[in-house]
Design a binder for this molecule. Structure first.
Ligand code: GTR
Length: 404
């Protein structure tokens, strides 16, 4: 590591953010129609080309199978385990979706969807969750991962991040899938997961990488929701924490079927402005995680000002849909202030639609959520997803979907 990490606000270089409302030819974007028809597609292409890579355009057959238990969690929920199978290969890539639907609900319910880090069995101790395959380091400290069967002893290890009963009691379904199903999180030259489905032009600077694969998987789950009788596919919130928050924001920006988008501590490459160069920088993220973004993004190591975009524009791509950005006080690596500013500078695009984005100009105090069409909070504590965070997301969804 031959780069310095700055944590001092006074040492942030002066920077000018690119204007979401001026297109590449210098023309101003004056109304929502111009945004939708001209600027939004242009910006999406810029993010594909320079940051996340282009998801190949291909129609891959998706097979759907699964099981259902109507008496899960002591009768609170119906647990569905749905296997999505892609392509016709002998051992095709599969996404194993875990879905809990509240039994008290009538009709189709709104849902929260997020990828998980360690396997479906880790989100809740529920013994009915199938133990799948997880990717773990081949030896301690190794960056190379290999698949192995999940263990019974790992059940519920990440349960503090998934208040399943609370979500269900508030009338929402919860859906999750293991991120490693679509792409194991290591530099494997894109041989595993869904990259293997489609020819990947390794020489292309904009070839899809890990965030592309994770976002792709979220969209395939959305395809499934369009067929599921329990989920209201018009009210699906996509969310994610940290690296999976970056994936959720990219998925939500690109796929407008996601009606609400939540970034939990997504930091660099997520909600935080890259040009601030405080905490994790473009160089730091590209060097430690060379497989996350497309190759072109590496050109911007130490050259953030040359980026044709910044992350406020990614958040603006979500407009006019509800967007929640959340930070944690001790999570300086993710640059909480940069996450707030990312949300704030998406405002002009929300205004173009005649709606209020973030209703404040200054960062709110700790644990004082602010909610317009864009919401923001910073809570005490570390880089994590907590019940406090979830409580705000549930309130935000209630507010926008008139659900309670
Ligand atoms: C860190 C990485 C962050 C964030 C985090 C996580 O090591 O630098 O960008 O994604 O991992 O996902 O927990």
């Amino acid at each position: 590591m031959d780069y310095m990490i700055n944590y001092d606000e006074t040492k942030i270089p002066t920077y000018t953010l690119p204007d979401p409302l001026t297109d590449l030819s210098g023309r101003p974007v004056r109304d929502a129609a111009a945004w939708v028809l001209r600027r939004r597609p242009e910006l999406l292409r810029l993010f594909e080309q320079h940051v996340y890579g282009r998801i190949p355009d291909a129609d891959i057959p998706m097979g759907v199978g699964g099981t259902l238990d109507t008496a899960a969690l002591n009768g609170l929920a119906t647990r569905k385990e749905v296997t999505l199978t892609f392509g016709m290969a002998e051992t095709p890539p599969q996404i194993h979706l875990l879905l809990y639907v509240p039994n008290a609900a009538t009709g189709r319910v709104p849902a929260f969807l997020g990828l998980n880090f360690f396997g479906n069995h880790t989100i809740h101790p529920d013994p009915g969750i199938t133990l799948g395959t997880v990717w773990t380091p081949v030896e301690e400290g190794s960056k190379v991962l290999a698949p192995r069967p999940a263990k019974d002893t790992e059940r519920g290890l990440a349960a503090s991040r998934w208040p399943v009963e609370r979500i269900l009691k508030r009338g929402y379904a919860l859906a999750t899938a293991y991120c490693g199903d679509s792409d194991p999180d290591f530099d494997d030259s894109f041989h595993n997961g869904v990259h293997a489905l489609l020819p990947r032009d390794d020489a292309a600077g904009d070839a899809w990488a890990t965030f592309g694969a994770w976002a792709w998987s979220l969209s395939r789950i959305m395809d499934y929701f369009e067929m599921d009788p329990h989920v209201d596919e018009r009210r699906v919130a996509v969310l994610g924490h940290s690296r999976l928050g970056k994936a959720a924001v990219w998925a939500g920006a690109a796929d407008e079927r996601f009606a609400l988008v939540i970034s939990n501590n997504s930091g660099c490459g997520g909600a935080a402005l890259s040009r601030r160069r405080i905490g994790e920088t473009v160089r730091a993220i590209n060097e430690r995680f060379p497989h996350w973004f497309c190759t072109n993004f590496k050109q911007y190591n130490d050259h953030e000002d040359a980026l044709p975009v910044d992350q406020h524009m990614l958040l603006a791509l979500i407009a006019p849909r509800p967007l929640y950005v959340a930070s944690a006080e001790e999570d300086r690596w993710s640059d909480p202030r940069g996450e707030f500013l990312g949300a704030l500078h998406a405002n002009p695009v929300y205004r173009l639609f005649g709606v209020e984005g973030l209703p404040v100009d200054e960062m709110p105090d700790l644990e004082r959520p602010v909610m317009g069409k864009i919401a923001y909070h910073i809570r005490t504590g570390k880089h994590d997803v907590t019940t406090y965070d979830w409580e705000q997301y549930l309130n935000f969804a209630d507010r926008h979907w008139g659900h309670s």
